[in-house]
Design a protein around this ligand. Structure first.
Ligand code: HEM
Length: 423
């Protein structure tokens, strides 16, 4: 039976930052502004003493001024935030390492996948020779490498590249799971972050699976003897896309531990800008995925001119494949055409956003995000054009790939600044 009612006003909702202030009956909750864990402990004590007590949580109306923006973040949140940023940084590293592995044609050097056994590379001369012999059975060696003067030491180089990428992936797993278990055992993680961390763990496992699923496609015999043995562009795009999502999730959750919600006016101008910011993030992601198709098909090695493709705006073989839909994923011309125009649209949208937001009352940190986004958008497009004009040199292509992640980071940051108080 309910004996009395406690009214509590929720001041802040960012995931690990539920600061609460008590408005009635709660003399026992000594501090009016305490962090989530302390508050939880205190409220449990009160509930134990007063059997049947119920609590009503009153949320503030959107857009009203609360002291949430100025409330300090707890030490625990900062530690969790630093850890999440660390995980995001490690994902970033994995993307760069994966890109360089692909660009140095090292990705198919390890011809099987075992969680623990893979961790021990060949040691003796005999083990290396056995591993090299195994590699020689697979299509990449049979159709491409065999023609070259390829020695055991060349094999060691490509093997260590792939080994490094796989070990880095495992290290992300450890760097995520061990601290997560610690924070959970300490009760530092609130309910909403618990769900998010479970999502991260699932995606991390899925990312490893996709990596092997992608490599497997490059180890199979190609249908035609003229086909170049390479991984499926669909699987490459899925592997890259899921890495970008995982990275963005870590980054978003990390930002939430440090950056308070802005108290933005609820005007139509602000709503328009918010929608545009989310569209930029979405379009950047789609452009990046289309870039993975360019990389997967080596489509950067055709039509090495800009802005026209050869001397035409619309190349003659744009829809050469049948059925038509196949062109968008399998025809190098169409795939490159799409990537160019998606990229140009992304940069135009960013420029339009920058222009439209000039007179909006944005806080200084938001203004910084907008400027950074515009600068990076222009730089990324220049990197892409240079990569194309110079026939995809490895250092430039790898920089272009990392640039896409930096651009996505600024878009994530900007949309994070537009975060609303949860209902
Ligand atoms: C918003 C701008 C852009 C973004 C976000 C972006 C993103 C990407 C990504 C993620 C890749 C895949 C890299 C990999 O997996 O190794 C890629 C590849 C590529 N992009 Fe872009 N790109 C942009 C602009 C451009 C532009 C304007 C061009 C040229 C007109 C271009 C040309 C290329 C080429 C040639 C590749 C293939 C490189 C390779 O084979 O490794 N990109 N892009």
């Amino acid at each position: 039976m309910m004996t009395s009612l406690i009214s509590v006003r929720k001041l802040c909702f960012s995931s690990n930052r539920n600061l609460l202030s008590c408005t009635k009956h709660l003399k026992n909750l000594t501090s009016p502004r305490c962090n989530f864990t302390t508050w939880n402990k205190q409220i449990s004590k009160v509930l134990k003493k007063n059997k049947g007590l119920s609590i009503k949580v009153i949320q503030p109306t959107r857009g009203t001024t609360t002291d949430a923006a100025t409330a300090p973040f707890s030490r625990q949140q900062k530690i969790i935030g630093a850890w999440l940023f660390g995980c995001a940084g490690m994902c970033f590293g994995a993307v760069i390492l994966g890109g360089v592995t692909r660009l140095t044609e090292s990705g198919l050097s390890m011809v099987d996948w075992q969680l623990l056994k893979d961790m021990k590379p060949p040691r003796s001369q005999q083990e290396w020779e056995e591993e090299f012999e195994r590699y020689k059975q697979y299509p990449e060696y049979q159709h491409i490498i065999k023609e070259r003067d390829f020695t055991l030491s060349d094999f060691k180089f490509i093997y260590y590249m792939e080994y490094g990428h796989r070990m880095w992936g495992r290290m992300i797993g450890v760097a995520f799971l061990v601290p997560a278990a610690f924070f959970l055992s300490k009760g530092w993680v609130n309910r909403s972050l618990k769900f998010r961390l479970a999502g991260n763990a699932a995606l991390l496992g899925f990312q490893g699976f996709l990596g092997w699923y992608m490599v497997k496609s490059g180890l199979q015999q190609q249908p035609l003897p003229t086909d170049v043995p390479r991984v499926s562009q669909y699987r490459l795009a899925a592997h890259l896309g899921s890495a970008f999502i995982l990275y963005s999730m870590f980054l978003w959750q990390g930002l939430t531990q440090f950056i308070p919600i802005n108290n933005l006016p609820n005007t139509s101008q602000m709503r328009r800008l918010r929608i545009m910011a989310h569209s930029i993030k979405g379009l950047t992601f789609v452009t990046a995925i289309s870039g993975a198709f360019v990389a997967g098909l080596d489509a950067g090695l055709t039509y090495n001119s800009w802005p026209k493709m050869a001397d035409r705006w619309i190349p003659s073989d744009l829809l050469a494949f049948s059925p038509t839909w196949k062109n968008f994923f399998e025809n190098p011309t169409t795939v490159q055409f799409d990537h160019r125009h998606l990229a140009e649209s992304t940069v135009l949208l960013i420029a339009a956003f920058w222009y439209m937001s000039r007179k909006a009352p944005l806080p200084p940190r938001m203004r910084m995000a907008v400027n950074a986004l515009l600068g990076m958008g222009l730089l990324q497009a220049s990197l892409g054009i240079s990569t194309l004009l110079m026939y995809v040199p490895t250092p430039l292509a790898a920089t272009h790939q990392s640039g896409s992640l930096v651009l996505l980071s600024f878009a994530v940051w900007l949309t994070h600044e537009f975060r609303r108080l949860p209902k």
